[in-house]
Design a protein around this ligand. Structure first.
Ligand SMILES: [Fe+2]
Length: 327
């Protein structure tokens, strides 16, 4: 455990190391340091989550709600694509996200940074549209998420936010005619590893809607090794030429599917990009589950926001909502 004074003293250093996508020491070195630092702070919380998974997982799932063991998915090669449209609360969540989009699209300003992509959701939206949280914390969905991670995760608090409803497209971006940039280029997320994204298409996604695009874990790790990815001095964003010098373009997968399709993917193991050539807008629910022990310094340099809970929340839901929960 580190004292509050030590944490305050370390904060400016954490800021320098975190800055510019961990460029100073290189991503891999910074991740190791951050994991060490965060273990001192949150290692006990993580131990609790691992113990809850290995000793009480079934009990927590049943207490949280019905689920079918047969429908628990197994990620292969770093991802699982669910086109069944059968997850609990999916319909209800999609209807509520429609309402949110209708209300927010016209009024939400677009940020300068990464102008082609914006999050329209706020943390307390889960109280106004409870179907969103019901979907993200259902026993059926969490059974797949936790079985992959081998612990009970929490919603990410800083980057990326735990639950996002994202709109992307050229219509938001003054620089739409420039070459791909930022998350429009291949990268692997360094925030925590392993971690899991659940990405749900909230409208049909076509080839010209800037589909989320990824490589499986084996191809990603092959490319990462060949390109010294995460080494000091190697760029965080990789152009297509570099990636496709190692694996063929046919190795990439694109999330071109109907509304309601769900992709589970570990973005800390798989190269990915999205919102490129986004002529038509794309709409996704993006949910990020991580360990409380992250491999970046984002919680040292940003406040972040937890999603609100309610009295009567199951222990599983409490754990997912609150990174420090000992439920
Ligand atoms: Fe990413």
């Amino acid at each position: 455990m580190l004292s509050q004074a030590m944490q305050t003293l370390f904060r400016p250093i954490a800021g320098l190391l975190h800055d510019q996508k961990m460029r100073r020491l290189g991503i891999r070195n910074t991740m190791k340091l951050a994991e060490h630092y965060n273990t001192r702070l949150y290692g006990r919380d993580q131990e609790h989550r691992s113990a809850r998974f290995s000793e009480h997982f079934q009990e927590l799932l049943y207490e949280n709600g019905e689920f079918d063991r047969e429908d628990v998915r197994t990620l292969i090669d770093g991802y699982y694509l669910d086109t069944s449209l059968t997850l609990p609360h999916l319909e209800e969540m999609l209807k509520q996200v429609d309402e949110l989009l209708e209300e927010r699209q016209a009024y939400t300003p677009t940020a300068e940074y990464r102008a082609f992509f914006r999050n329209l959701a706020k943390p307390d939206d889960v109280q106004r549209w409870p179907g969103i949280l019901d979907f993200c914390t259902s026993s059926q969905l969490l059974a797949t998420v936790c079985s992959y991670l081998r612990f009970i995760p929490a919603f990410s608090k800083t980057i990326p936010p735990g639950i996002r409803v994202v709109e992307s497209g050229k219509h938001l971006d003054k620089l739409a005619d420039t070459p791909p940039r930022d998350s429009q280029l291949f990268h692997i997320d360094p925030y925590a590893t392993p971690m899991l994204y659940v990405i749900v298409l909230v409208k049909d996604c076509h080839a010209n809607s800037g589909p989320f695009t990824w490589l499986g874990e084996a191809d990603s790790q092959k490319a990462a090794r060949a390109l010294d990815y995460w080494d000091r001095g190697v760029p965080y964003r990789m152009d297509d030429e570099s990636i496709y010098s190692v694996v063929p373009p046919s190795a990439s997968h694109r999330l071109i599917y109907p509304r309601g399709t769900v992709l589970y993917i570990d973005p800390s193991r798989c190269f990915h990009y999205g919102a490129r050539d986004n002529d038509d807008p794309r709409y996704q629910l993006m949910v990020s589950y991580t360990s409380p022990v992250r491999s970046d310094f984002s919680e040292a340099v940003r406040k972040g926001e937890l999603l609100p809970g309610s009295t009567g929340d199951s222990r599983l839901r409490q754990l997912v909502l609150d990174r420090r929960s000992r439920a």
